[in-house]
Design a protein. Structure first.
Length: 279
């Protein structure tokens, strides 16, 4: 992938930052060399440059971690879209499921990144922290956002990568499992994570739109203990997230995009088998 870029060195630098970010802990140059399969001389030069730019910080141990300049970019992104502020304002307007934990995430390729969380009063035994990354195919927000893409785009996004390692025994295992699940999300208007992120926890999600993009820019979800979920609660939680997502989309100027998306998804959709189905 990097070799096809117009500026391969930029791609290699981004790969270094991505690897450290996903690892969640400082990395040695030997770790980076092995994981990225880069020549030692190239890696040393890239890391030195990233350190000069404050994108990496070298620890006393010789390991490197993300530098402070990364937060400047993250803060600029969040300030630009203002989506976290609007998320909390939307919840304040509606006060949906006040005892439960509700999260906001965005999609980065095949992963979701959690950018805000309104913690409920019920203990979950799981913490959604800002910056947490999880494969999109296992999360309610990820499924909701992927459902707004055409199946062809979903295949293009995920077919060229290894299927992500399941987090529990209940996660989807293949594209053949994923595409019918996305069609169900389109039909219902909300997504369901049935203990794929954590055993004993269900999550219900819905997609968020702005005024510029026909596809979701974010997703909201509520997390509930699995032993409390029955068909009535499932419907209530799913519809509550759909309404919260629509309110947030409205505040971002994208409610029309939201409605158009679900209208488009009501049309026949081609699945992996080549057969057509209706939502």
């Amino acid at each position: 992938m990097v070799e096809k870029l117009a500026a391969p060195a930029v791609g290699r630098a981004a790969a270094i930052l991505d690897l450290i970010s996903k690892a969640g802990s400082p990395q040695s140059l030997a770790d980076l060399t092995h994981a990225l399969n880069l020549p030692k001389s190239s890696l040393h030069g890239l890391c030195a440059t990233l350190e000069q730019l404050n994108l990496l910080t070298r620890l006393d141990s010789g390991q490197v971690t993300l530098g402070p300049h990364v937060m400047l970019w993250a803060n600029a992104f969040l300030a630009h879209v203002n989506i976290t502020q609007e998320f909390f304002a939307s919840w304040d307007d509606m006060r949906v499921l006040p005892e439960e934990t509700i999260t906001l995430s965005v999609r980065d390729g095949g992963e979701v990144v959690y950018i805000a969380c309104r913690n409920g009063s019920r203990p979950l035994g799981y913490t959604f922290c800002t910056g947490l990354r999880i494969p999109a195919v296992y999360t309610a927000t990820g499924l909701a956002m992927l459902s707004t893409l055409p199946n062809e785009s979903v295949r293009k996004l995920l077919d060229n990568t290894d299927w992500p390692t399941p987090l529990t025994a209940k996660g989807l295992r293949s594209m053949d499992d994923l595409l019918p699940e996305l069609q169900e999300v389109r039909r219902r208007g909300y997504s369901i994570d049935r203990e794929a992120v954590r055993e004993g926890m269900y999550c219900f999600g819905a997609s968020v739109f702005d005024s510029h993009n026909p596809e979701a820019i974010a997703g909201v979800a509520v997390s509930i203990l699995a032993n409390e979920v029955d068909p009535a609660l499932e419907e209530h939680a799913g519809q509550a997230m759909r309404k919260l997502a629509d309110r947030l989309s409205e505040r971002l100027g994208g409610l029309t995009n939201s409605r158009n998306a679900w209208h488009r998804q009501a049309q026949p959709t081609t699945l992996a088998s080549g057969k057509k189905t209706k939502a």
